[in-house]
Ligand binder design. Sequence first.
Ligand SMILES: C/C=C/C(=O)SCCNC(=O)CCNC(=O)[C@H](O)C(C)(C)COP(=O)(O)OP(=O)(O)OC[C@H]1O[C@@H](n2cnc3c(N)ncnc32)[C@H](O)[C@@H]1OP(=O)(O)O
Length: 242
Amino acid sequence: MSDLLTTARDGDVVLLTLRRPDRRNALNLELCQALHAAAADAVESGARAIVVTGEGTAFCAGADLDGVYGDAFITALYEMLHGLTRLPVPVIAAVNGPAIGAGTQLAIACDLRVVDERARFAVPTARNGMAVDAWTIRTLAELAGSGRARRVMLAADTIDRDEALSCGLADRPGTLDDAIAWAHEIARLAPLTLAHNKLVLNGTTADDERIAQSFADVWASEDVKEAATARAEKREPIFRGH
Ligand SMILES: C/C=C/C(=O)SCCNC(=O)CCNC(=O)[C@H](O)C(C)(C)COP(=O)(O)OP(=O)(O)OC[C@H]1O[C@@H](n2cnc3c(N)ncnc32)[C@H](O)[C@@H]1OP(=O)(O)O
């Protein structure tokens, strides 16, 4: 539990809100640990989709510039970021304002990004002499395109909302409510399939065995039968994740 993060559950969707609006939701050790734990708890409690957002005018101003220089913080930051990519459920970032530095890292550790009018992305490590890991730079290049990633990383440039939408860094324009509505739609999809797909999208060759297993699990599931039954009965399937 932390005062810096709230968790709200609505059916199968969990909303996690960074709550340091006076510091523009900058990430410190406590907030990284709280977010990591809350996302894992959400999955443990059966959530089928997670939304992450920031309170106030920013999504996340990145690492807390008053406390970024310790190993403990960096470790907690990457455990949290990579933890999100390893969760078996889709995570949507509702980017309600600037996502700077580790704020962009947080947004791209999520699977999907919904951006409101104030959203923008930057990783200005070249302005403050810091560094982000290879996963961050490669994922940014994968999502935004290599040319834009070069501009962001080598010229400390910003990607605004419209550009993010046009290049694929952001998936949909919209508000937090739109992101939550999308999460509810996603929560009705087949959970084992989503978990398999996410594992393939984010996994490495080290995950090959787990991927083969998740593939087999999907095909052996009750849900695959439920989809066929629902089709025959001309109704929407009700997936249970087994
Ligand atoms: C490995 C990862 C590395 C990193 O992530 S390095 C950090 C990279 N991030 C940045 O460089 C972002 C710095 N912040 C900003 O650019 C701006 O802020 C925003 C665009 C996010 C928001 O601008 P606006 O709404 O005008 O707010 P404001 O007046 O600049 O800031 C309000 C208060 O928030 C504090 N604050 C903002 N960002 C951080 C931060 N990253 N760490 C600690 N505090 C921060 C300020 O100092 C100030 O405080 P006060 O009201 O006392 O003057």
